[in-house]
Design a protein around this ligand. Structure first.
Ligand SMILES: *Cc1c(COP(=O)(O)O)cnc(C)c1O
Length: 382
């Protein structure tokens, strides 16, 4: 393949901050349980990120962290859990793992995240029907914080805990408060495609040492204190591995720089689209919000672009070996969830119809930026 047509993925993992030698050390340490393991250090550093006001349990994925959050909140068979509809399926699947029912809620226009008005409608209606929701799962989509003041106010008013799905929002802030610290229980993901990766991993953020201890107990097969293997509770194999923790540590220490680079990709697209009618780049609605801009997304309104749709752009990109991808298809429109209760209008559906994610990796070169820019300009010049 010639130099000018190599493939540009939507996000390629960037493995800086990791030296081969440190992985070698991790491997040696991993064979004997060390006093201060990489997993403990990883947890301590994340706790430091929150000024040691929160407790962190490192797990093997963001999905298992959401599952663990629901277990700690006592979600079980027959319960209902409210979940933002416009998200990745991993936000909602753990509700089913607990044999509870998801109740989906629409997005608001400006943050694309859970709409407080429909959230309250959903809670009231479920209570009228005799089932008070056991938890609320709210998501910071693409790194954009949800409207935390309103979501928390409603949750507090009805006494329902919030699981903050911060899988995409490490480094984002709401009113100078760090995402990952806005829920009753919060989670991060360190999967390959996230802003900081551990080659797979997750974290649970809780407010007491006791909850952390309990999470780790459950995540390591719930072994009772005894000479033999004794179990009186259902356990899980959800702990982060030593190698992943070592890998993640190197990356975690580069967080600030990562966020800056992602925000610079966002500014790059803002510049290009400022001159193109009918396309908006997903951006912070007010100064209350600070997004890490994990993935840059745009909305294309064909009524204002002379009929050019996101599909035109997507196929022009594909021909040039550049990846782009529609934004999350809302959960209430997914075959697996279509029979579940839903509260809202068509905000998330409309976003899905117009929304496209663009290459947002921080290791996109100057030449690659030029290729991307020229495809965009050609497509909308028609
Ligand atoms: C990635 C992601 C998850 C799941 O995290 P994994 O580590 O991949 O299991 C959950 N929720 C959202 C919003 C995500 O983007």
């Amino acid at each position: 393949m010639s130099k000018s047509t190599h493939f540009i993925p939507i996000s390629k993992p960037f493995y800086s901050g990791v030296k081969n030698s440190s992985l070698g050390v991790a491997f040696n340490q991993a064979t004997i349980p060390p006093l201060h393991s990489n997993v403990n250090t990883f947890e301590n550093e994340l706790e430091g990120y929150f000024d040691n006001e929160s407790q962190v349990a490192a797990l093997n994925s963001g999905t298992s962290a959401i599952h663990m959050a629901l277990i700690l909140l006592g979600v079980s068979k027959g319960d209902e859990v409210i979940c933002q509809s416009m998200t990745f399926s991993a936000s909602a699947n753990p509700i089913i793992y607990q044999r509870a029912t998801p109740v989906f809620v629409d997005s608001e226009e400006d943050t694309w995240n859970m709409c407080p008005v429909y959230l309250e409608k959903a809670i009231k209606d479920r209570i009228t029907k005799g089932i008070k929701p056991k938890a609320i799962i709210a998501v910071h989509s693409y790194g954009m914080p949800y409207n935390a003041d309103e979501i928390c106010r409603i949750a507090d008013h009805y006494g329902i805990p919030v699981v903050e799905d911060s899988a995409e929002a490490l480094g984002s802030r709401y009113k100078e408060r760090k995402c990952g610290n806005l829920g009753t229980i919060s989670i991060f993901s360190f999967n390959n495609n996230k802003i900081v990766t551990a080659m797979g991993g997750g974290a649970l953020i809780v407010q007491t040492a006791e909850l952390k201890k309990n999470a780790i107990f459950l995540a390591t097969q719930a072994k009772d204190q005894a000479d033999h293997y004794q179990h009186s509770t259902l356990g899980y194999n959800y702990r982060m591995s030593e190698l992943c923790a070592r890998f993640g540590l190197g990356q975690l220490r580069m967080l600030e720089n990562r966020v800056e680079e992602h925000r610079s990709m966002h500014a790059f697209y803002r510049d290009i689209f400022s001159e193109i009618q009918g396309v908006t780049v997903f951006s912070e609605p007010t100064e209350t919000y600070f997004s890490n801009h994990w993935l840059v997304a745009i909305l294309v309104d064909p009524n204002k672009t002379n009929g050019i749709t996101k599909f035109h752009l997507q196929s022009a990109f594909a021909k040039a070996h550049i990846e782009s991808r529609p934004i999350w298809k809302p959960m209430h429109l997914q075959p697996i969830f279509e029979k579940m209760p839903y509260y809202g209008a068509d905000v998330s559906k409309n976003l899905f119809e117009k929304g496209l994610c663009l290459p947002s990796g921080i290791n996109i070169s100057h030449d690659e930026r030029i290729r991307i820019e020229s495809i965009i300009k050609c497509t909308f010049a028609k």
